[in-house]
Design a protein around this ligand. Structure first.
Ligand code: FMN
Length: 243
């Protein structure tokens, strides 16, 4: 019987040393496909996954990760990249998908007029309002506006350039967790790393200036000394609040 989600959640650990055994990049690719199924803000999918299998590039990236063991001994790496700059094309693709769906449903006699109007407004007006900015200036104007409107009714407030950074990285991080759990399910181990020189990593991978690295995940099969200590979490009562 295969592992349950709970099994994978409990079994996954951050592995700092991998065995000198190759892993199958095709299986890793499948886990990256699972990463793309993660929930994400407005389904904008502002992400990109760079799967590194080339030994020379792995070595360069490990150096950019300060040669930490989790990087140095890994067999594949996946760089989770936030691509906020792709908002225009992603909004367009979402709307195309929905328009095609509504065309089909209309032919089947389903009334989609209202949903079509709402979808168009969402991806043609709301998304550009949220994502467009000019050196952070429009963001400040939007923040002020949301503050004033917010005095009278609930309003979306994550409109600053820095807020959108958080919004985008949040979704990429969810994809990263999907990936790590999928890897655990098939008996592969991982370590998420933010300890890296992201400027160097971007340069090695030829990533555009606006791309931002959420984390790099090293992959392999854990060595018997690969887990440094038993798992520690603060008491559940300290973090759990029921209201
Ligand atoms: C965003 C993020 C960045 C991390 N960066 C590193 C890192 O650079 N190097 C490292 O060895 N572990 C890194 N970790 C792993 C954490 O130290 C680890 O998840 C934590 O100690 C809990 O252990 P566990 O994952 O085995 O449950 C990172 C984890 C996350 C989520």
């Amino acid at each position: 019987m295969s592992k349950t989600v709970t099994d994978a959640i409990k079994d996954r650990r951050s592995v700092r040393k991998y065995k000198d055994v190759e892993i199958d990049p095709e299986k890793v690719r499948k886990c990256i496909e699972n990463a793309t199924l993660a929930p994400n803000s407005s389904n904008m999918q502002l992400w990109e996954f760079i799967h590194i299998t080339d030994k020379k590039i792995l070595k360069k990236i490990a150096y950019a990760c300060f040669n930490q063991n989790a990087a140095k001994t890994s067999k594949n790496m996946v760089v989770f990249v936030a691509r906020r700059d792709k908002w225009r094309s992603r909004a367009k693709e979402n709307l195309n998908f929905l328009e095609n769906l509504f065309d089909k449903q209309e032919k089947e006699g389903i009334d989609v007029k209202k949903r079509r109007i709402l979808s168009r407004r969402y991806y043609k007006k709301i998304m550009p309002t949220i994502y467009s900015d000019f050196f952070g200036i429009i963001g400040i104007y939007k923040k002020l506006l949301s503050y004033i409107i917010g005095l009278f009714r609930p309003i979306y407030r994550e409109v600053l350039f820095s807020d959108l950074k958080v919004v985008t990285h949040k979704s990429v991080a969810l994809a990263a967790e999907n990936f790590m759990l999928s890897m655990n399910e098939i008996g592969y181990d991982t370590c998420p790393m933010e300890g890296s020189d992201t400027t160097r990593v971007k340069k090695i991978l030829n990533l555009p200036r606006k791309a931002e690295i959420t984390m790099i995940i090293s992959c392999g099969i854990k060595d018997k000394k690969g887990i440094y200590s038993p798992r520690f979490r603060v008491s559940f009562d300290e973090v759990y609040k029921r209201v």
